[in-house]
Design a protein around this ligand. Sequence first.
Ligand SMILES: C=CC1=C(C)c2cc3[nH]c(cc4nc(cc5[nH]c(cc1n2)c(C)c5CCC(=O)O)C(CCC(=O)O)=C4C)c(C)c3C=C
Ligand SMILES: [Fe+2]
Ligand SMILES: [Fe+2]
Length: 346
Amino acid sequence: MMKGVLLVNLGSPDSTDPKDVKKYLDEFLMDPRVIDVPKWARILLVRGIILNTRPKKSAEAYSKIWWEEGSPLIVISERLQKKIQKKINIPVALAMRYGSMTLKKGLQELADQGVTEVLVIPLYPQFAMATTETINVKVDELQKEFFPQLEITSLPAFYNKPEYIEVLSRSIAESLEGQDFDHLLFSYHGVPERHIRKSDITRGHCKIDDICCFTPSEAHRFCYRHQCYETTRMVADSLQLKEGTYSTSFQSRLGFDPWLQPYTDRTIERMGKSGIRKMAIVTPAFVSDCLETLEEIAMEGEEIFHEVGGEDFTTVPCLNDRDDFAEILVNWIEKWRITDIKTAIA
Ligand SMILES: C=CC1=C(C)c2cc3[nH]c(cc4nc(cc5[nH]c(cc1n2)c(C)c5CCC(=O)O)C(CCC(=O)O)=C4C)c(C)c3C=C
Ligand SMILES: [Fe+2]
Ligand SMILES: [Fe+2]
């Protein structure tokens, strides 16, 4: 028996060419766990409407943040993988849910090295149907079809693990050191409200109101909204933030359905209009800086804030390949290597 690790992130287009962006968005948005409507409606919505205009707009946005080495999300994930691999004696591979660095190639890379037991690490602190679940489902399909010899375990969401909260809090404290800010906004990627109801294993707890996510429930194991609020609460506790000086919002809405609220762009605008002059923003749903943090927040968000009179707008970088973040992953992997995943992340 030989163990190995597969780190998994979302993925990016191959380049900023609108053709590559279109190909990537087609795979991403045709995933039934992302646009979760019947197949005919998804084809109509994605291929009939969204892909007519979005690729050009997204390609322009990607061009603003693209690095010489490629997509920031991919480059950063590769740096993290290399850092982890240096500290660990078993193979560590990297794959993306969408795009060219497929899950199949990642599993094959491990299988070729003689690996028989794989720990899949979805690089998402909070569980969502559109992220963690779609990775696990796809890995399961690939295992059944191509890798029957592999025994696969997946790392659960780590949104409330003390070691993760500690590193996230430290990263915020370091990047805001010496700066005073009127408000710290925790902006998470949004999801349609319907996704929260679909993931509710109790079939009724999640009302998406002011109470449900703060009332203990089994549903929270798979409730993205609860997990986001919990990450905020624990970091706020750890940094001893005063009530009223921080809040949670949700960004990157797509389409016409109601998504989790409050929306980040409107929140930034409202804060600027209500007299907040120094605003800091952290994006804990993203482990690696990407289009949604570097463009939507650091560029567009800042522009909105300045337009309504805001002065200082500070974006906290994602955990990326921080040594202390790599260290947590190494520790979980090491514990899994000698015990099992439940004990490792208990
Ligand atoms: C962090 C968790 C994420 C969740 C939850 C999520 C849900 C989700 N996303 C879309 C649509 C798009 N997302 C896009 C980019 C993007 N999304 C995430 C993460 C989550 N998405 C990341 C890390 C990125 C950046 C990728 C990169 O290459 O840098 C995009 C593409 C860009 C754009 O056109 O704006 C789309 C589209 C939906 C519909 C959804 C939930 C249903
Ligand atoms: Fe997204
Ligand atoms: Fe809830």
